[in-house]
Design a protein around this ligand. Structure first.
Ligand code: NAD
Length: 490
């Protein structure tokens, strides 16, 4: 494959099966858009059940030998993949930015380094992963746990952090000795396609990783429904997660579901105001607000509410919206026209919901990229936490702000949501920090920080934000089957 081919305007992405790049069997294709200019720039396979079966067969055959490899052999290949990703950082960042609309600087500084870090981390973690042994005194027995790879597993990822989240699943799966059938989002397939080439160059044996492209309802469903794919690791929307669970649960598959969020950002008067303000601008609008961890509900202590409102709007008004390939912009294009319209819908109902738009709210026409999907960063003041703007996931550059009077009220508002992915807390009060850490119904609580990620920590959500945890040994536990061996001695 010509590795700079994504720069052309008629790029045909192919499936990666058994180490080879192949067209979909039924010759069915989807259009791939460049959101910065609103134009089609390539085609992506819409893979069928037959393509998924072919990928499964390749994975099942590869598993016979991959499961016998030593952790050191696997680890060395993962490190090679990580290094190759870093070698090609500019190529991959440009591809990610073009496919997704995210600023090139963000792709270069965050997305692609993190994809490399995922392989690097699990290359090391697998060498430290161990299982338990129990001496059962009185029974004259010793128990130990074997942790064996599951076999062929399915990994399905979304469009917002394409290579970052795709590799977050694949790296632990193959590190633990599984073979994978993976599907990136059909909206952002490009860097997953480029990863196939990197895996070949790193010497990953054929069939260990197979990448099939296509729609959720066709390709994704075929992976989830496959009778011999033992586990599904999925990141995406809550409704999709429920559909997947309806199919996979009665088949007794292992399921890891990382779903939507509506994360509270709780700000107390006693915080470090400057640090909070800079982080809050980032946690609101990084990646056009299209990160499941963005703090989309900003709750501010009444005593500093007026000042916060004024300063925050001022900071937001300084953000530059522009073509994602430009270095000096803060906010690029939203991922698709359909998504732009969805986000705009919420802005348009703000007044009916009792909201007041304090800044933004409009589409932006970027000179030279007039048909791109651009939106102003938008700040809406709301009065009622039960309004749609505060209860439904918008997943765009839109945040709401509202005041609270007491710790109890802040906690109540934060937890009054079907979602429970993450929360951010700004305070220097130790008792309050511990109280909120205990009581917030979320999988992650950031205190005086946002999006600080140590890959050893468990990652995931409560309530409708998901089931299970990824990250660190949690991911390696998910991708292995524990088996208890009990030996009695004389
Ligand atoms: P989505 O649910 O529409 O799609 C995610 C993936 O699932 C895509 O690859 C899609 O093709 C596939 N898919 C869709 N329907 C399917 C089906 N019936 N069977 C199998 N696969 C199917 O989500 P999206 O719009 O791509 O991503 C945005 C969502 O992802 C947001 O809700 C966001 O909060 C969530 N997200 C969550 C996390 C997290 O870690 N919790 C991280 C990033 C994004």
């Amino acid at each position: 494959m010509n590795k700079t081919a994504f720069k052309t305007n008629n790029m045909k992405i192919q499936n990666y099966i058994n180490g080879e790049f192949v067209n979909p069997i039924q010759d069915d294709w989807l259009e791939n858009y460049n959101p910065a200019i609103g134009e089609v720039y390539g085609q992506t396979p819409n893979s069928s059940i037959e393509d998924v079966e072919k990928a499964y067969q390749a994975a099942a055959t590869a598993f016979l030998s991959w499961r016998q490899t030593t952790v050191v052999e696997r680890s060395e290949i993962l490190i090679k993949i990580a290094n190759l990703i870093l070698d090609k950082i500019h190529l991959l960042a440009a591809a990610e930015s073009k496919d997704n609309g995210k600023p090139i600087g963000l792709a270069t500084e965050i997305d692609i380094p993190r994809a490399a870090a995922n392989f690097q981390f699990f290359a090391n973690a697998i060498t430290q992963f161990s299982s338990e042994a129990h001496e059962s005194i009185g029974m004259h027995a010793v128990n130990f746990t074997l942790r064996q790879p599951l076999g062929v597993v399915g990994c399905i990822s979304p469009w917002n952090l394409p290579l970052y989240l795709f590799t977050w699943k694949i790296a632990p799966a193959i590190a633990a000795g599984n073979c994978v059938v993976a599907k990136p989002s059909e909206i952002t397939p490009m860097t997953a396609f480029l990863l196939g080439d990197i895996c070949n160059e790193a010497g990953l044996p054929k069939g260990v990783l197979n990448i099939v492209h296509g729609l959720g309802n066709t390709t994704g469903k075929a992976i989830v429904s496959h009778p011999n794919i033992k586990a599904i690791s999925f990141t995406g929307g809550t409704e999709t997660g429920a559909q997947i669970a309806r199919i996979a649960a009665p088949m007794f598959k292992k399921l890891s579901l990382e779903l939507g969020g509506k994360n509270p950002n709780i700000i107390f008067q006693d915080c470090n105001y400057e640090k909070m303000m800079a982080a809050t601008v980032r946690s609101s609008f990084t990646n056009q607000g299209q990160i499941c961890l963005c703090g989309s509900r900003i709750l501010v202590e009444k005593t500093i509410y007026a000042q916060f409102k004024n300063d925050f709007v001022q900071r937001v008004s300084d953000l530059i919206v522009g073509n994602p390939s430009a270095e000096n912009i803060n906010i690029g294009a939203l991922v698709s026209k359909a998504h732009l319209e969805k986000v705009k819908f919420y802005i348009d109902i703000a007044a009916d919901e009792g909201g007041v738009i304090l800044f933004g709210g409009n589409k932006v026409v970027v000179e030279g990229s007039e048909h791109g999907y651009y939106l102003q960063p938008t700040v809406i003041e709301v009065a009622d936490n039960k309004c749609k703007l505060n209860q439904e996931e918008i997943f765009g550059p839109v945040v709401t702000i509202m005041p609270f009077n007491s710790d109890a009220e802040a906690l109540h508002l934060a937890n009054e949501s079907r979602y429970g992915l993450s929360a951010t807390l700004w305070t220097n009060n130790l008792n309050r920090t511990l109280q909120f850490s205990k009581e917030l119904q979320t999988g992650i609580v950031w205190v005086n920080s946002w999006m600080l990620r140590d890959l050893r920590t468990p990652f995931g959500g409560q309530k409708d934000s998901g089931v299970g945890r990824e990250g660190g040994f949690e991911a390696l536990r998910f991708f292995t089957e524990p088996k208890n061996i009990c030996i009695q001695y004389e």
